[in-house]
Design a protein around this ligand. Structure first.
Ligand code: SAM
Length: 448
């Protein structure tokens, strides 16, 4: 049985009253495992048909599944092909609760990517700017976005202050899933208990207020703020909603009614937080979560200026020659960022931020020649003209994911996409009937 700090249990008994014993009992059960189906690549019905492990739907989010298996999925070819992203079902509830998304979305604290990915698949016509202050974590976020081949996500690694300074009134929706004391994760991550102390809630609340103050200028008039944490502390939850409604003038609004049966009302004593919801493991399967949705008053009309790309006509010609030769259909607008060439989401060029990625990284010029990036294959691989499409049972699937060269049976000489059952894993280059493996070294699965 997990040992919880005494002052924490006292606080939770006060908060939950007679429900405390049901909450405490959840520590004797294993946490649920969940994942999001990547609807940008596969419909939910088709996914359910081809996925071999037992799953159940998450009742409040059509893209969510609960995985009834302990099996590791990191090496699963469909995971490598970006068909799903592991996420706790409780963490899905905040995005599932949003009544609308709007066109431009900012996820302020996005790594490793759960909320961003939820929003990107639930609202495919939106652009999500996924920001993560910690550069190492931003790289992990980018890797997840690339694996899923999402075309509607751009990634930044900026401070909240810089977001507020450079992207004023740019966003219809700002997601603030902020660092917190993690009380809702005590069952799944017992290490969070070690970090807990009586002063931690006040310290987190001060940081949450500071981040919110910094990023609120990013929100358009009439825009929506989603505030969420994975803690039960009222100082970091309801009291922050009070702060947003009182000091910042935002208006709380109702979440979608579909999440109500799976969540509890907010804690008493905070009238402006009465529409916020709490996700508890004794009410629904998943770990703890708190969320509140608030609106910024007004309905100003905004003009959008597009920032021109710095690509030269010659560079555009060379990239178009490559994409026209290799890909069916158009990859969209192009832009250069450092040495990398991106197929940019058109809305990204209307937001004046310094991006790590502003869409799909297509590749870069090496000694004047265009070299494709892994992301080109994860996002456009299904449309690649030259393909080696492997059956799930083909031993070359694992060999490719190990980083080995594989035999080309259908792909012709030159660059090719390597797919499993039609879903791209990555790229390769066929030389004399052998596919030279272009699957990135850092992603290769170890050969046991
Ligand atoms: N939204 C993410 C998801 O769904 O996968 C989880 C975000 S996690 C709860 C909070 C994030 O805030 C961490 O990635 C952390 O690096 C970042 N963070 C920590 N301090 C921060 C600060 N002062 N300003 C902005 N972000 C911060």
């Amino acid at each position: 049985m997990t040992r919880l700090p005494l002052s924490y249990t006292k606080k939770m008994k006060d908060l939950l009253g007679e429900d405390y014993s049901a909450y405490e009992a959840t520590f004797s059960c294993a946490p649920s495992r969940g994942f999001l189906i990547n609807a940008a690549k596969i419909g939910a019905a088709k996914f359910d048909e081809i996925f071999s492990l037992p799953t159940r739907p998450v009742p409040y989010f059509e893209f969510g599944r609960i995985l009834d298996s302990e099996e590791k999925v990191g090496g699963d070819p469909y995971h490598a092909a970006g068909l799903f992203y592991m996420q706790d079902p409780g963490a899905m509830s905040a995005i599932a609760a949003l009544p609308s998304f709007g066109k431009k979305i900012l996820d302020v604290a996005a790594a490793p990517g759960g909320k961003t990915i939820g929003a990107a698949i639930a609202s495919p016509d939106s652009l999500i700017v996924a920001n993560e202050i910690d550069f190492k974590r931003a790289k992990i976020l980018l890797q997840n976005v690339e694996r899923l081949g999402l075309k509607n996500v751009a990634v930044t690694s900026l401070t909240p202050k810089d977001l507020g300074k450079y992207a004023k009134e740019c966003f219809d929706l700002v997601i603030c899933d902020l660092p917190c004391s993690g009380e809702g994760m005590f069952r799944k991550e017992p290490a969070a208990i070690e970090c807990w102390n009586e002063g931690i809630n006040g310290m987190n609340a001060a940081r949450q207020k500071e981040i919110l103050t910094d990023v609120l200028p990013c929100l358009k008039e009439g825009g929506t703020l989603l505030y969420s944490t994975c803690t039960y502390a009222v100082e970091e939850d309801e009291a922050i909603v009070d702060f947003l409604a009182g000091e910042k003038g935002l208006t709380p609004i109702s979440p979608k009614s579909s999440v109500l049966p799976y969540t509890a009302p907010a804690a008493y004593g905070y009238p402006s937080a009465s529409l916020a919801r709490r996700f508890y493991p004794h009410i629904a399967e998943g770990e703890g979560q708190f969320f509140a949705i608030l609106k910024k008053e007004g309905d100003k009309l905004y003009t959008q200026k597009t920032i021109p790309s710095s690509l030269s006509a010659n560079e555009i010609k060379k990239i178009r020659a490559f994409t026209d030769e290799n890909i069916d259909g158009d990859v969209g607008d192009l832009a250069k960022n450092g040495d990398s060439i991106f197929a940019v989401h058109p809305l990204a060029r209307t937001i004046p931020l310094k991006y790590l990625s502003e869409g799909v990284c297509l590749g870069e010029f090496v000694k004047g020649r265009f070299e494709p990036h892994h992301n080109l294959f994860t996002a456009f691989g299904a449309d690649f003209k030259n393909k080696e499409d492997l059956a799930l049972s083909d031993k070359r699937v694992k060999e490719y994911l190990y980083g080995l060269e594989i035999e080309a049976k259908t792909a012709k000489e030159g660059y090719c996409a390597v797919c499993v059952e039609g879903f791209p894993l990555g790229g390769g280059k066929v030389v004399n009937g052998t596919i030279k493996n272009k699957y990135p070294k850092g992603l290769r699965i170890p050969k046991l």
